[in-house]
Design a binder for this molecule. Structure first.
Ligand code: ASP
Length: 414
C-alpha cells in the first residue's frame, strides 16, 4: 500500500470506508471496533485543525511581507479578489438557473420534521456585520476562537507593515515567520501521511450515520445542488483553468486529488488547507509566495460550492414556502449569497447556517425558514462534502491561474 501514490491510497480508503460504513449501518455502531475506526478520523481532523491557525497566520504574513514591491502586492490582491468574486458569481448563477428550472421545492411538504429546535441554529447577523467583524477586537482572541476572517485581516495588515520596516527588524521578523511556516509545513507533511487511515474513519462514520428515508423526501433538491456543483467543478472550472494556463486540467485534478479527497471527507476547507497548500506547492510547483498569498485566504473567503448552495438553497426555501421571488429579490439573493459564502467559516455545515443571511435579506421570517433549514440540515452532510471539495478545487485553480499570470512555470516535472 505504501508504494501507491498518496491519493490512490486515500481513494482506496474511501471505498473501504463506504463498505465498512454500510456494514455498521446495518449491524449497529455500538461496539469497540466502530469506535476505534472512527476515532482515526477524529484524530486526523484534530491534527489538521491544530495547525490551521499558525499555518494561516504565518503563511499570510510571509506571503504578504515577501512581496516588497507594493504595486505587485496590489496587483496580486486585485487578481485574487477578481478571481474569487468571478468564480463564485459563476457558481451562484448556475445555482440560480438550475433551481429555477428544476423547481425542487415546489409541492414539497416538510411537516414531519416539526420537532426541530430552531434555536440550535444561531443566525449569523447582517451582511454589513460580516464585513465589520473582519476587524478583530483582539487578534489573540481571534486566534484562540478560530475566527479566520479576523486572523486573515490582522495577518495581512501585519505582513504589509513588516514589508515596510527597514533593515534588521524587517529581516528578523521575516526570517522568524518564514522559519515558523517551514516548521508548520513539516508538521503538515507528517499529518498527511495519516490521511488514508483518517479518511477511512471519516467515511465510515459518515456512511454509517446516514439514514436514507429523509434523503428521498428531498432527493430532487439534493440532485439539483449536486448537478450544479458537478457543472461547476467538472465543466466551468476546468475550462477556465485550460484557457488561462494552457495545461490539461486532468493533470491539475490529479495533482490535487489528495486535497480533494481530504475536503470531501472532512467537509472543512480550513482543515484541508494544509493538504491543499502541499499539493499546490509539491505537485503543481507553484511558488511559496503565490501559495501563501492565495490559498489561506481562499480557504475562508473563496467558496464557490458554498455560494452556489446559498443561492440554490434560498430559492428552494422560497419554493417550499410558495413565495415567488421578484427579479430584484433574485438579484439580492445573488449578492447576499456571495457575501454569505465569504463570511462562511471553512467548517462543516457553516454554509447552511449562513443561509439565514440571504433569507433575511429577501425578507423571509426566521421561524418560517427554520423548519425547512432543519430538514436541509438533516441531509446536509453529503452536500457539504461535495461543496467543500468544490471550494478547495476552486482555491487551487485560483492559485494556478494567478501563478501563471505572474510568469510562473506550472507542473515543471511534467
Ligand atoms: N464546509 C464548507 C467548507 O468548509 C463550508 C460550507 O458549509 O459550505 O468549505
Amino acid at each position: 500500500m505504501t508504494k501507491l501514490k498518496l491519493h490512490w491510497q486515500i481513494f482506496i480508503s474511501m471505498i473501504i470506508g463506504v463498505g465498512i460504513g454500510i456494514y455498521f449501518q446495518n449491524f449497529g455502531i455500538d461496539n469497540l471496533i466502530y469506535s476505534i475506526i472512527t476515532s482515526f478520523g477524529t484524530i486526523f481532523v484534530r491534527l489538521l485543525k491544530m495547525i490551521i491557525v499558525p499555518l494561516i497566520f504565518t503563511s499570510i504574513i510571509i506571503g504578504v511581507a515577501s512581496i516588497k514591491d507594493s504595486s505587485r502586492l496590489g496587483r496580486l490582491g486585485i487578481k485574487t479578489i477578481l478571481y474569487y468574486t468571478m468564480t463564485s458569481l459563476f457558481a451562484i448563477i448556475i445555482g440560480l438557473t438550475l433551481t429555477n428550472l428544476v423547481q425542487p421545492g415546489v409541492g414539497i411538504n416538510l411537516g414531519e420534521n416539526e420537532g426541530f429546535d430552531a434555536s440550535k441554529l444561531a443566525t449569523p447577523g447582517s451582511p454589513a456585520e460580516i464585513l465589520i467583524r473582519m476587524i478583530p477586537l483582539n487578534p489573540f482572541n481571534a486566534a484562540s476562537n478560530g475566527d479566520m476572517l479576523g486572523i486573515i485581516f490582522f495577518a495581512i495588515f501585519l505582513g504589509i507593515s513588516i514589508s515596510r520596516l527597514k533593515g534588521k527588524h524587517q529581516s528578523t521578523l521575516s526570517n522568524f515567520f518564514e522559519a515558523m511556516f517551514q516548521a508548520i509545513m513539516k508538521m503538515t507533511q507528517s499529518i498527511i501521511m495519516l490521511a488514508p487511515i483518517g479518511v477511512l474513519g471519516l467515511i465510515t462514520k459518515a456512511v454509517s450515520n446516514s439514514g436514507f428515508e429523509i434523503f428521498t423526501a428531498v432527493g430532487k433538491y439534493m440532485a439539483t445542488i449536486a448537478l450544479g456543483l458537478s457543472i461547476h467543478i467538472f465543466i466551468i472550472l476546468p475550462i477556465f483553468f485550460l484557457i488561462m494556463t494552457r495545461i490539461n486540467p486532468i493533470k491539475h485534478y490529479k495533482g490535487m486529488a489528495s486535497a480533494m479527497a481530504t475536503a470531501f471527507s472532512t467537509s472543512s476547507s480550513s482543515a484541508t488547507l494544509p493538504v491543499t497548500m502541499r499539493c499546490v506547492k509539491e505537485n503543481a510547483g507553484i511558488s511559496n509566495e503565490t501559495t501563501s498569498f492565495v490559498l489561506p485566504m481562499g480557504a475562508t473567503v473563496n467558496m464557490d460550492g458554498t455560494a452556489l448552495y446559498e443561492c440554490a438553497g434560498v430559492i428552494f426555501i422560497s419554493q417550499v414556502l410558495g413565495i415567488e421571488l421578484s427579479l430584484t429579490q433574485q438579484f439580492t439573493v445573488v449578492i447576499t449569497a456571495l457575501l454569505a459564502s465569504i463570511g462562511a467559516a471553512g467548517i462543516p455545515s457553516a454554509g447552511l447556517v449562513m443561509i439565514f443571511i440571504v433569507t433575511q435579506a429577501v425578507g423571509f421570517k426566521d421561524e418560517d425558514v427554520a423548519l425547512i433549514v432543519g430538514t436541509m440540515l438533516a441531509v446536509d452532510r453529503p452536500l457539504d462534502m461535495f461543496r467543500t471539495m468544490v471550494n478547495i478545487t476552486s482555491d487551487s485553480i485560483g492559485a494556478a491561474v494567478i501563478a501563471k499570470s505572474e510568469g510562473e512555470n506550472l507542473y515543471p516535472n511534467g
